[in-house]
Ligand binder design. Structure first.
Ligand SMILES: NC(=O)c1ccc[n+]([C@@H]2O[C@H](COP(=O)([O-])OP(=O)(O)OC[C@H]3O[C@@H](n4cnc5c(N)ncnc54)[C@H](O)[C@@H]3O)[C@@H](O)[C@H]2O)c1
Length: 215
């Protein structure tokens, strides 16, 4: 048996590097069954975040998923099977309070994943959008250390899951070929409430922010 895992450093915002990784993996292993696009960045902040922050968010949170799909789809479509797992976020179906670029780009990531699923499902390509809320990783820890409002809201509004728990939810969701994988089940309820009553939902969020920011 060959090695179970191999690490390769790749900048996912560089299309050539993504193409080379996919080509090399196909050459070594014959085919790619599942591609997980997991890298993500959060800047914190609102409209004042400079263009560099917005562009980095766009490139890592969205364009990297486009590069991955471009690279793996030809072989997957040729054999009529393949699975794309895109790590998005609950911010992509709700709002990451205090983080405008994250909210905007994660909504775009969910939109792109849905587009892929609708377009290619009948040709054997399955797509899942993994949308966790709080996960115990450096992203959340760094946000809390920096005092980012978004990180404080996440930490105060439900369970912070371990990466292992999120991975287990992803595997279970993929086994059922579910498009939307929500490791925090309450996010489904939040999304329903937001869809049914956008103004009421926003009013509740504003109340939460006032509670967290009032000394
Ligand atoms: N931590 C959370 O609470 C949370 C919640 C919802 C969704 N997510 C999402 O989960 C995914 C994983 O994030 P995490 O929580 O492990 O955060 P993290 O900051 O610990 O890890 C993000 C990883 O992305 C990598 N990355 C960033 N830019 C890259 C680039 N250009 N090329 C290659 N790799 C790059 C970083 O090196 C890092 O290893 C992200 O998409 C994130 O948005 C996280």
């Amino acid at each position: 048996m060959g090695p179970l895992a191999r690490g390769v450093a790749v900048d996912v915002t560089d299309e050539e590097q993504v193409r080379a990784l996919v080509a090399d993996t196909e050459r070594r292993h014959g085919r790619i069954d599942v591609f997980c696009a997991n890298a993500g960045v959060s800047t914190g902040g609102g409209v004042e975040v400079d263009d560099t922050g917005w562009e980095r968010s766009w490139r890592v949170n969205v364009l990297a998923h486009v590069y991955a799909a471009r690279a793996v789809l030809p072989a997957m479509l040729a054999r009529g099977s393949g699975y794309l797992l895109h790590t998005c976020s609950a911010a992509g179906v709700l709002t990451a309070v205090g983080d405008a670029a994250y909210t905007t780009t994660k909504h775009a990531a969910v939109g792109f994943a849905e587009w892929l699923s609708v377009t290619y499902r009948d040709r054997g390509i399955r797509v899942s959008a993994l949308c966790p809320q709080g996960v115990d990783t450096p992203m959340l820890a760094d946000g809390l250390a920096a005092g980012h409002l978004g990180a404080r809201v996440i930490a105060s509004s439900g369970a912070v899951l371990s990466p292992d728990a999120v991975a287990a939810a992803a595997v279970a969701g993929m086994a059922e070929e579910r498009f939307l994988i929500l490791p925090h089940p309450e996010v489904a309820d939040y999304a329903r409430r937001r869809a049914e009553d956008p103004d009421g939902w926003q009013s509740g969020l504003r109340k939460l922010v006032r509670r967290l920011t009032t000394p």
